[in-house]
Design a protein around this ligand. Structure first.
Ligand code: GUN
Length: 282
């Protein structure tokens, strides 16, 4: 039996359309600024997509392209300048940053009000206490996709592979808060496959092409693939060996067209929320 395909592209389109219809309710459109430091080709693609969707929704959108050698002082000054603009509600600094910049220090400079990535310590702290404010877009999008597909979570076993601050850690918290018993696997985990075999839900966010194989998956389990890796032939492949896992899983996200569009849709929703608050609308 072949798995149900969790179509993130279709759901994201639906959510984006619904949000665009609400923009005229606000006194002014939501404003999103994105800062990109350097010319990492993958980051350029992601940032361009975010801008395209923001504009399609009728948001105000600014993109600040800074050279790779931008100093810490200049980047901090740009962040302060952007957030002082009364038309900008959300600020995203695209990661990864060039090695000479301390990503934690830069993220800490984003005011919690403008943190549409949900990466700042106050927002991650609130999430850890089950009092979520602005939540990281990729895990949030995955939760929406699971909810939309009515995947049962309460009392189920979930395995998250990868412990990044962007995906793995917040994902584990959200799944735990939805009632899952969560195992967070990482580079030191002795036997990732053995953990996966017990799981009703597997979220792979490691950045290793096709690492999750069919024999890691319990028949009928839900498999979420956050990976965006370039195969040797240049083709985009996930962290899951889709062609073999699709025959074992109950539901699976494709790459592309699964998690990626949901991340962007959640960025738009976070920007909307930040804008409503900035404009005094609850
Ligand atoms: N790089 C990869 N994913 C993300 C994301 O969700 N936000 C930011 N700021 N950078 C990223």
């Amino acid at each position: 039996m072949s798995a149900q395909i969790l179509d993130g592209r279709a759901l994201a389109r639906q959510l984006n359309t619904a949000l665009a219809a609400r923009v005229p309710e606000l006194p002014r459109p939501p404003g999103l600024a994105v800062i990109l430091v350097g010319a990492d080709p993958a980051s350029q693609v992601y940032v361009r997509r975010k801008g395209q969707v923001a504009e399609r929704l009728g948001f105000l959108h600014q993109q600040h392209d800074l050279p790779a050698e931008t100093s810490r002082e200049d980047l901090l000054a740009r962040i302060h300048q952007v957030v002082a603009d009364p038309n900008i509600d959300g600020l995203l600094v695209q990661l990864p940053l060039p090695a000479h910049l301390d990503a934690s220090e830069i993220m800490d400079a984003v005011p919690v009000t403008h943190d549409v990535d949900g990466f700042t310590p106050p927002n991650t702290g609130l999430l850890s206490q089950g009092r979520a404010n602005l939540v990281a877009c990729t895990p949030l999008g995955i939760m929406r996709l699971l909810e939309h597909a009515a995947v049962p979570l309460s009392g189920r076993e979930a395995v998250v592979i990868g412990r990044s601050n962007i995906v793995g850690r917040p994902m584990a918290m959200l799944l735990e808060q939805a009632g899952c018993t969560v195992t967070l696997c990482h580079s030191r985990t002795a036997n990732v496959a053995a953990h996966c075999r017990r799981a009703d839900v597997v979220v792979a966010a490691v950045g290793v092409a096709q690492m999750v194989r069919a024999d890691w998956i319990k028949p009928g389990a839900t498999v979420i693939d956050v990976g965006m890796n370039r195969g040797s032939d240049g083709r985009l492949v996930g962290d899951v060996a889709f062609d073999e896992v699709v025959g074992h899983a109950g539901a699976i996200t494709p790459v592309p067209g699964g998690v990626g569009p949901m991340t962007i849709a959640m960025l738009m929703e976070n920007t909307w929320r930040a804008s409503c608050r900035a404009q005094g609308i609850s």
